[in-house]
Design a protein around this ligand. Sequence first.
Ligand code: TRP
Length: 446
Amino acid sequence: MTIRDSFSGRFGIIAAAAGSAIGLGNIWRFPYLCGQNGGGAFVLLYLICIVLMGLPIMLAEFSIGRKAQSNAYRAFKVLAPRKPWYMIGVMGIVASFTIMSFYSAVGGWTIEYIIRSVSNTMSISGDHTEQFNSFISGSYKPLAYQFAFLVLSFAIVMMGVRKGIESSSKILMPLLLILLIILCIRSVTLPGATEGLNFLLKPDFSKLTGNSILLAMGQAFFSLSLGMGCMITYGSYIKREEDLTSSAGMVAGTDALIALLAGVAIFPAAFALGIEPDSGAGLAFITLPGMFEQMAGGMIFSTFFFTLLCIAALTSSISLIEVVVSFCVEEMRIRRGPATALVAGCIFLLGTLCSLSLGIIPGLELFGLNFFDLMDYISSNLLLPIGGFFISIYVGWVLQKRITVKELTSDGTVRFTGLRIFYFLIKYIVPVAILTVFISKFLQVG
Ligand code: TRP
């Protein structure tokens, strides 16, 4: 048996899990989906998904992980021997690759934007849309930065759990929060900002399509790092005396807060600067530089912001990589170093296709999506909810209630008043909701 590293104390686990949850999903992905799906109504759907599905699944994943004390794949082998539940772990490994392929590309964009801020080349020609598009459709530059992002991630993963993941999250996540608040203040005080606030906060349900519900659900899973065993793996590092329920609440709460703040920082500014809210994956990268230009000391804020964003992306990407690396180390007996290098190489190959599909090889399309969007769609809207579905069935219907209750109450030492609600959600609401969204979406278009 290997002795598992564990997070030190309460703040450690919250910081690490929040470090995984908070990332490009909140600041890049959430605003752009929100902008394409009518604003406020999408925000509401997203928040409902966080509370009704995200929280219960996070608790379920934490419980499985801490009980089994192992990576996601082994956890199901330990808890349900000779049953196919371990396939959830296998699916998680696939999802880790598909997510990392585009995540590392966007991580690379943040590095480019750090460099642009430091070298002050952003404000020379004011057209941020043009600057963004010509950068991501280039050939070698996005790839080089993507590669750099992967190298950084893997260096941290190699250093092991406690040193790498925990210490970086502890200091930098609170800093990101503070900086975002400053950006929000600037954004809402720009002339013409109110329209953007209305867009974000006043739900207009006529703008929702069947697809929006699937996207909001996928975003809730993506944002909280759920459905692929990430929080199972992290749960295995949580000490027995820690309270899982309040930790999960804190993580989900902070995560949703950061997403909302990102929305408040971006939409008022976008409306004020005349940027279309539905301009897609570039929204944050186009709007924020425009706003920094309007700020005293803008380039300093810009440097700080993109650096923190890059670090937030790193703490998320290491959690994704950790899922695969811990599998390779613990199941396939590959040493940590070579395992990490192997995984990095595979991700880079897949990631190259994602990057290049945005410009050089636009013909790389399947089902009307370029390779980048396809990987995102498959991961967030299919693999994660399917994983979440089976995790909820497993904890709700298969795993002995005694075991789950023991985890959720830390061996009976803490009271968990929401236990009945938790069981109601995980047994009925979560699986039925996921199935309903799938059926209504895929039958309707099919
Ligand atoms: N939640 C992270 C973000 O919002 C991304 C992420 C990390 C993730 N680990 C994950 C997404 C596991 C899905 C599953 O940026």
